[in-house]
Design a protein around this ligand. Sequence first.
Ligand code: B1M
Length: 209
Amino acid sequence: MDLKVIYQNVVDGQASEVEDGVKAALAAGISAQEILNKCLIAAMDEVGQRYEEGDLFVPEMLIAARAMQAGLRLLKPHLINADVKAAGKVAIGTVKGDLHDIGKNLVAMMLEGAGFEVRDLGVDVSPASFVKAAQEGAELIGMSALLTTTMSNMEVTVQALKAAGVRDSVKVFIGGAPVTQEYANKIGADGFAADASSATRTARHLLGG
Ligand code: B1M
């Protein structure tokens, strides 16, 4: 089973070939985590790099993202452990102005796998929608941003939670390619995670688990 074929099909945006490859890899006993890291995530890194170099453009990036999501859908049941008990209520979304959702979806999936009850608020989520989720019982607010221009909406959301009087009733954690621990400290978030698996550790830690 050649994992490079799946990788290349993600780069080329061939969604049904990606599905066939992922199915075959799972049937051959390769772990979902390995397929995710070596094929799907690695391929999107190449796409991002080639976009930066002017070798690929937005439509190709979008088609590659769709191919990756097709593979992710098949991996999801293998990444989720149905037997774990509820670890807390999380509301997660990509901040206002930002439409990138692959990383956020992956974090949501891993949190579900770790037993959290996850409410996915989607993309382009306004500060008011995060506030509403906190008022409706979320214990943890997760924000994702992939653009340096939208990161500042994380800070705006933290301020909105304060203004609505719910900041102290939730923990806030953030992530996404341009986001750092320093930035989390600066805006007064409670936690930061660099990737989906450390996001579950951060979430557990923040809820005292
Ligand atoms: Co966009 N894009 N994009 N894009 N895109 C980037 C982010 C970019 C770095 C590409 C580049 O220039 N190299 C660049 C941002 C530059 C910057 O701000 N510094 C960029 C740009 C410029 C843009 C547009 C402005 C392009 C344009 O229109 N001119 C535009 C913006 C649209 C908008 O949002 N308003 C745009 C559009 C798009 C598409 C729609 C075509 C598509 C998104 C499709 C989708 O998401 N459904 C897209 C894609 C696919 C990318 C790249 C290639 C891949 C992103 C991705 O999915 N990575 C990206 C380049 C790159 O990152 N390599 C790029 C895979 C994913 C698993 O990783 O999202 O980093 P990531 O998530 C990780 C961690 O960051 C972390 O865990 C995840 C799993 O390990 N994480 C969290 C994420 N969220 C977290 C939350 C947490 C904790 C951890 O706690 C809550």
